[in-house]
Design a protein. Structure first.
Length: 402
């Protein structure tokens, strides 16, 4: 028998499965209430039965992305109101001793698989859409990007994964397309903001909304043009505070309840991440699989750039770091941290780099994301010889010289 503590009264959505490697474990199914992962809601918790059976039951008003911590993994699924899901878990593995001793350790995110999932389920649709999107995205990056090519890419994706009547899926589609539109440099970021954000509500529970926001808004400085959309204006303002472009005092202007919760956590984080704050780089694993003990580096300065291959700036940062490490090797160390979930995409982006020693995937160095309270990319930091923050944020690569 499964022992569960249902946190909500009416059970409208059911997530269940069986894996004996989790027998006796306490599991929690939860969701983040914002894309910066500052506030979350626990849907339900349960103790896995001796035979491995487990079950979550909870009320759900709208489709959400849900997570469950599974030892060294964090399983992810999309759940819809009133649906029943039979999920498969990876065999349970405890975090290593090194992980447990690392206060910044985070489980590895893993998309869970299902049993007997219908073709029109949101999980199936998103998987189908993402496969088509990734293919078109890579083709665009390898071509001369024009509005016509972007439109044709969207039409191709729609032919493979046609539009549906599911609001969550169509929101997801639109904000993935917002990223694609933003690839056209001469109209970025204004066209994407005007088309997909300006007159639209902030979708706090939509992961695609946040990913697009994170990529598009860092280089948008005309915040006054967002005043008619208070929630969006405040979100853009908070992003500027997090990046260091605006002082923390500006958080006092936040008035909407959802954003006030986020602002509280940003304020707490910013208090710790100031000039002089010590950074413990620890042992780093580069994209070649080499372990590097930061204590052995003895750098006079270290410039750290967080980036992502889905961003236009990625290619420039990679080339810049390679060039600067050769030119200023005795004056400054340049490290590039990729926040991509796909190591394959990172390897492809670094294909032309001869010395890949100083390129790292966050998936293998999760402690770095915690060290820097890093939720936005691109982001830049400068450390002094004692690994203390020297500039927060550091100038953009093209404006920096050690």
């Amino acid at each position: 028998m499964v022992t569960c503590s249902t946190l909500l009264h009416a059970a409208t959505t059911l997530v269940q499965g069986q894996d004996s490697t989790y027998a006796g474990k306490q599991l929690y199914l939860y969701t983040w209430n914002d894309g910066w992962e500052y506030t979350k809601t626990i849907f339900d918790s349960c103790t896995v039965a001796p035979n491995g059976e487990f079950q979550f039951q909870f009320d759900l008003e709208e489709t959400r992305k849900a997570q469950v911590t599974l030892g060294k993994y964090e399983g992810c699924i999309f759940v819809e109101p009133g649906k029943t899901y039979s999920i498969n878990l990876p065999s349970y593995e405890e975090p290593s001793k090194a992980d447990l001793l690392n206060p910044y350790y985070q489980p590895q995110e893993l998309l869970l698989s299902f049993n007997n999932l219908p073709k029109d389920d949101i999980n199936q649709l998103i998987t189908l859409f993402e496969d088509a999107f990734d293919k078109q995205w890579m083709q665009l990056l390898q071509a001369n990007i024009t509005p016509q090519r972007i439109e044709q890419a969207m039409m191709t994706i729609d032919s493979i994964c046609p539009p549906t009547e599911q609001p969550f899926m169509e929101q997801y589609r639109q904000y993935r397309y917002a990223l694609m539109v933003n690839l056209h440099a001469s109209s970025a970021p204004d066209l994407s903001i005007r088309t997909y954000f300006l007159d639209k509500p902030v979708l706090y529970h939509q992961p695609a909304y946040w990913e697009a926001f994170e990529a598009i808004f860092p280089h948008f400085d005309h915040l006054t043009g967002l005043h008619n959309n208070t929630a969006l204006f405040e979100l853009a303002l908070m992003q500027k505070v997090e990046s260091g472009d605006l002082p923390i005092s500006r958080l006092s202007y936040i008035s909407t309840p959802e954003n006030q919760k986020i602002a509280h956590f940003i304020e707490q984080n910013k208090k710790s991440l100031q000039k002089g704050h010590p950074i413990h780089l620890g042992t780093l694993v580069n994209i070649q699989g080499d372990s590097i003990d930061s204590n052995d580096l003895n750098f006079p300065k270290a410039y750290i750039a967080f980036t992502n291959t889905r961003l236009n700036e990625c290619e420039a940062i990679i080339a810049y770091a390679d060039k600067m490490n050769k030119k200023f090797q005795h004056r400054c160390l340049f490290l590039v941290i990729f926040t991509d979930e796909s190591e394959r995409a990172i390897q492809k982006a670094c294909k032309g780099i001869r010395n890949k020693t100083w390129y790292f995937a966050a998936t293998k160095n999760q402690h770095l994301l915690q060290q820097f309270n890093n939720t936005h990319v691109p982001a830049y930091y400068l450390l002094d010889a004692s690994s203390k923050l020297m500039q927060v944020p550091a100038p953009e690569p093209q404006n920096f010289e050690p």
